[in-house]
Design a protein around this ligand. Structure first.
Ligand code: SF4
Length: 301
């Protein structure tokens, strides 16, 4: 019934941690009912991102475009970078607004759930500044100056122990130091353990000697963390992935054979619901605590 393939990605496990019900809707029911109008609505609603997330996607896209062009000798001026960023971010906002319009045409969605937005000048200015900070960064520049660069899309996956893992680096650099795996981390701060876990999975795209270079964004500045994960760290990372897969399978199972969502646990905190894209389908739209109390009484019956 539900996906039989074992698939791991950071976004899957993040959503599962935030809310089991949202996870089942996104990665279970939305896929299962993709040919049904309401299933399509479910998928489309998950595609709508906040301007804040789009800003970070635009930054990543521009930096990777810049790197790709740089290594073939096409070096952008800062003016070109600014113009490209403005055009790309504006296009993303326009696409988002078109999706909002489309989705609001379904009568079952409250018009307050998704709203059109305008480009905020301070976001534009921030995005451009962050891109400029990267292309002026010494470590980034020295990677571009020597060797070759290959860009990998986030859809690029790798298979390990029967599990399809989506955790690709953004760039693979081949140069005097062998293969280096480069990742841009834009949103949220990683603890040293989370960074080590992610680096160990990123290294699957190289070899056991490949350095992993993470550029982490903090208050508009880029901080570099470079490491070569050990054998023990890679093994531990895969053990954690297997545990995550088990939790995902338990979540799929909780829906039962009749695709009954009533017993799938709701989020622990109302904060998870604040920006949830499928709130319009969830009993917690009338209050999380009330919905949880109803669920508890249902489970006692
Ligand atoms: S509204 Fe809250 S409880 Fe409902 S699916 Fe979203 S995060 Fe989970």
């Amino acid at each position: 019934m539900f996906p039989l393939r074992k698939i791991w990605s950071k976004s899957r496990i993040n959503l599962l941690q935030r809310c089991q019900r949202a996870f089942v809707l996104r990665y279970g029911l939305a896929k299962l009912s993709q040919h049904h109008p309401q299933g399509q609505l479910l998928s489309q609603s998950f595609e709508i991102q906040s301007p804040w997330i789009l800003l970070h996607q635009a930054i990543r896209g521009i930096i990777l475009d810049y790197a790709e062009d740089y290594v073939i000798g096409n070096v952008w001026s800062e003016g070109l970078l600014k113009a490209r960023f403005q055009a790309d971010f504006s296009q993303m906002i326009t696409n988002r607004n078109n999706s909002v319009e489309r989705i609001n045409s379904f009568d079952i969605i409250s018009k307050s759930q998704f709203q059109s937005v305008h480009i905020e000048p301070h976001l534009l200015e921030m995005g451009i500044q962050i891109c400029l900070n990267m292309i002026r960064h010494q470590t980034f520049r020295s990677l571009l100056e020597e060797g070759t660069i290959q860009r990998l899309e986030p859809t690029h996956s790798i298979r390990k122990e029967q599990i399809r893992i989506y955790c690709s680096p953004d760039l693979v650099h081949k140069g005097n130091n062998g293969t280096s795996l480069i990742k841009l981390h834009l949103m949220g701060q990683l603890t040293p353990f989370e960074r080590q876990h992610q680096s160990s999975l990123l290294q699957l795209y190289g070899d056991s000697h490949s350095p992993v270079i993470m550029f982490q964004l903090k208050r508009r500045k880029w901080h570099v963390h470079q490491s070569i994960p050990t054998n023990a760290q890679r093994t531990q990372a895969m053990q954690l992935v297997e545990m995550d897969i088990q939790r995902m399978e338990d979540a799929y199972t909780s829906i039962g054979k009749r695709n009954d969502l009533s017993k799938v646990p709701l989020a622990d905190s109302y904060r998870s619901c604040m920006h949830c894209n499928v709130k319009f389908l969830c009993p917690s739209r009338h209050g999380l605590e009330h919905a949880k109390a109803e669920q508890r009484s249902l489970m006692c019956q």
